[in-house]
Design a protein around this ligand. Structure first.
Ligand SMILES: [Zn+2]
Length: 479
């Protein structure tokens, strides 16, 4: 007697969009043991232990966010671990925590985890996570090796906040490449700023190496030239560096920054200075205060287990009670830049900017999926292209070969999107529901580590998976 395969879960009647397999139409998906078992036109209900009705909804491989914030070596008034439920509620299933600390991320995942897969980069903060602001190559090497044993996959340079010299920045790229560790760059050095002047230095800093150039849209805000001119210049640079860079851009207008001022009342961080200059405010504590009171800027605060933005006197109170060292946000990202960077293609149809990210998580701007769906509604992306930028390409970027598609045996990470609202309504990781009707219901998560981080992951009691960056686009054809 032939045995009929039984499934743990069947996703019924959704519009399944899986561009790499050429699928876009109404199908059922059978899930077994956390993996995709079959995608088929009709799977009888009796073959599933659980049935999820996805009628009228878009069923796509889970969103992989290549730029999110779930931990921070310098957490102050906002605990980044709130980003776990916030990302999950926007439909994300896997995230790269871009400037955190692996030990803190793991603690946050235990405390507030909501079922995400997370890999963490450590932010390089002088006198905090690295001993000095002009580190020698041997120091950089040791810091990167240590991050890997603590479960991180690499490091991020925070040029808009803690810039190194161009030479030390190049040393960071080289040291990370040598160890096959991830390396991301919020551009800017001691010779430049967090804008096009910073981006123009990056080809030389990259040398013959490999680099993740973070949030391209953050350098095309019109600080030096007109936004569209900056977009064109950035895209031309990306084309030249095509085989060496991975890139992402986000679709939110709101940025994230910090309002810290020195003892003279001058704004310390370059990103914050730019936010003020963009609207003609002085780069002083008085300028920050006026920008918050005018409703231009917002402060971030935890409310009900999520991070929200407040403005006006409330925001000033938060900023002052943090002695100015508070997380703030300004709507400085031009939609025109975001649109151009999200949709720019080469002649062969592949996208110039690899991925659509959030740069969110604990920042309340997790709009990658809903704004990508708006681009689909507008006709700027096909549905298949949106899924390519949200899921498939990010999976290749990170070398997560079992994600980003619904081939048999792939991880059953799924984002289900309401076709009317464009917002995620449900998601699954490894076949388990982690979000339902916009509420996070998952717990914990899966820590993505390198081989060197296995001992740390074992000791954490968290579920973990080992990544191999040799499979990543960052290190494609390396050596
Ligand atoms: Zn970021």
């Amino acid at each position: 007697m032939a045995t009929v395969q039984q499934f743990d879960t069947i996703l019924k009647n959704g519009r399944v969009v899986d561009p790499v397999n050429g699928t876009d139409g109404q199908f059922d998906i059978g899930i077994r043991h956390g993996k995709i078992a079959v995608v088929s036109e009709d799977i009888p209900n009796e073959r599933g232990d659980d049935i999820i009705d996805a009628s009228g909804q878009i069923v796509m491989p889970g969103h992989i966010d290549t730029h999110a914030h779930l931990s921070s070596p310098q957490d102050r008034n906002v605990d980044r671990s709130y980003g776990h439920p916030m990302l999950v509620e926007s439909g994300t299933t896997t995230a790269l925590d871009l400037a955190g600390d692996p030990t803190l991320m793991a603690e946050g995942m235990r405390r507030r985890g909501a079922g995400l897969n997370v890999a963490t980069l450590m932010g390089l903060v002088p006198h905090m996570t690295i001993s000095e602001d002009d580190p020698r190559p041997s120091i950089i090497r040791d810091v990167i090796a240590d991050v890997k044993t603590r479960g991180g996959i690499g490091v991020k340079m925070l040029g808009g906040y803690h810039p190194f010299t161009p030479e030390a920045s190049a040393d960071v790229v080289a040291a990370a490449n040598e160890q096959l560790a991830w390396v991301a760059f919020h551009v800017g050095s001691k010779d430049s700023s967090s804008d096009m002047t910073g981006l123009r230095e990056v080809p030389e800093i990259t040398g013959k190496g490999r680099l993740h150039v973070a949030h391209i849209n953050s350098y095309t805000r019109g600080m030096i030239d007109e936004p569209h001119e900056e977009v064109n210049e950035a895209l031309a640079m990306i084309e030249v560096m095509r085989s060496q860079w991975v890139t992402e851009a986000y679709l939110a207008q709101a940025n994230g920054t910090n309002g810290k001022c020195d003892e003279n009342g001058d704004v310390i961080y370059n990103v914050m200075q730019n936010c003020l200059k963009a609207r003609g405010y002085p780069t002083t504590d008085e300028g920050v205060k006026a920008a918050l009171l005018d409703g231009y800027g917002s402060a971030l605060i935890e409310r009900g287990g999520r991070v929200v933005m407040v403005t006006g006197q409330n925001a000033v109170d938060i900023w002052e009670s943090a002695s100015t060292d508070a997380s703030l946000s300004f709507p400085v990202n031009p939609p025109t830049s975001a649109f151009s960077l999200a949709t720019a293609r080469y002649d062969d149809g592949t996208f110039k900017v690899d991925a659509i990210s959030t740069d969110g998580g604990s920042l309340p701007r997790n709009v990658a999926i809903e704004r990508s769906m708006a681009l689909v509604a507008f006709g700027a992306l096909t549905m298949g292209e949106a899924v390519t930028k949200l899921s498939y390409t990010p999976s290749r970027v990170l070398g997560l070969l079992n994600k980003g598609h619904f081939s048999e045996g792939a991880d059953a990470d799924v984002t289900i999107v309401n076709a009317q609202t464009g917002k995620a309504s449900m998601s699954l990781v490894a076949g388990d529901l982690i979000m339902l009707n916009g509420r996070a219901i998952g717990k914990g998560g899966t820590w993505l580590v390198l081989d060197e981080g296995v001992a740390a992951a074992e000791a954490s009691d968290l579920a973990y998976e080992v990544m191999n960056l040799e499979n990543s686009k960052l290190y494609a054809n390396w050596n």
